[in-house]
Unconditional design. Structure first.
Length: 257
């Protein structure tokens, strides 16, 4: 069985969509700046890192912690390398993956280095929209697979939340086309999907790990949906990126299931 959905619709956003452009005149550190003054400039905006320039040209980047020594910035900044660069048209998930090991990544477009991104950019509206869309894609695919495979859609009723079950019963009483699968939230879909042993095998994940994955994914979806940046900061950045990368892999695999 193949689900006829183009996975690229869930991977719309690109690296350039969350960058801070240099045309916006962001805070940068000059190679010959006084470390104490440069650190003060970063502290003023609560920045942990910044691009380093020399005569207006990007030569690398520096962490705030690099400025705590008495050494000049010219001896402590991170020299620009290939690892610091990513194409402006690269998928946003690829940029987030790169930011796990790089605190700052420069975005390269047609005119050269056009901007940069940092880990906190995961809190931007575009990033949240990207994460929400990707999770929604997984929900859509699970629902479609359940709809095609289950002989009796009512099998999923035990997995409904109480509010959803109430709405479903009201719709059914009004003789609406109330497919119970459409009333499952992410948690309910995750539980119902355990019925699909073949699909889980296709994903290469055990029931135990699937339950853990859905539990963590629901937490991400909740703070993404409600723009709760405080909750976002409590979730380790590498963990969020790891789960979103896994979600992308699952979406691609389920499209072919």
């Amino acid at each position: 069985m193949k689900v006829e959905i183009d996975p690229t619709i869930f991977l719309t956003y690109r690296a350039k969509d969350i960058q801070t452009k240099f045309t916006e005149e962001p805070t940068c550190v000059e190679v010959d700046d006084d470390p104490k003054s440069a650190m003060g400039a970063l502290d003023q905006h609560s920045f942990d890192q910044a691009p380093v320039t020399e005569n207006g040209v990007i030569v690398g980047w520096i962490l705030r912690t690099d400025m705590t020594s008495k050494k000049p910035i010219s001896q402590t900044y991170r020299v620009l390398s290939q690892n610091d660069l990513i194409s402006a048209d690269a998928p946003l998930n690829d940029l987030l993956q790169k930011l796990v090991s790089q605190h700052l990544v420069f975005i390269v477009g047609a005119s050269g280095i056009e901007g940069f991104a940092v880990q906190s950019d995961i809190e931007r509206h575009v990033s949240r929209a990207h994460l929400y869309l990707l999770i929604s894609g997984l929900e859509i695919l699970i629902a479609k697979i359940l709809s095609k495979d289950l002989v009796e859609p009512e099998e999923v009723i035990p997995f409904m939340s109480k509010p959803s079950k109430k709405h479903w019963e009201l719709a059914k009483a009004d003789h609406d086309d109330a497919n119970p699968i459409e009333y499952l939230d992410l948690n309910g879909l995750g539980k119902a999907f355990l019925i699909e042993k073949g699909a889980l095998n296709h994903l290469g994940i055990s029931e135990r790990d699937w339950k853990r994955y859905i539990f963590k994914l629901k937490k991400i979806r909740d703070w993404v949906a409600h723009s709760n940046t405080q909750e976002m900061r409590r979730e380790p950045f590498p963990d969020v990126v790891k789960r979103m990368k896994r979600t992308e892999e699952f979406v691609r695999k389920l499209v072919e299931y």
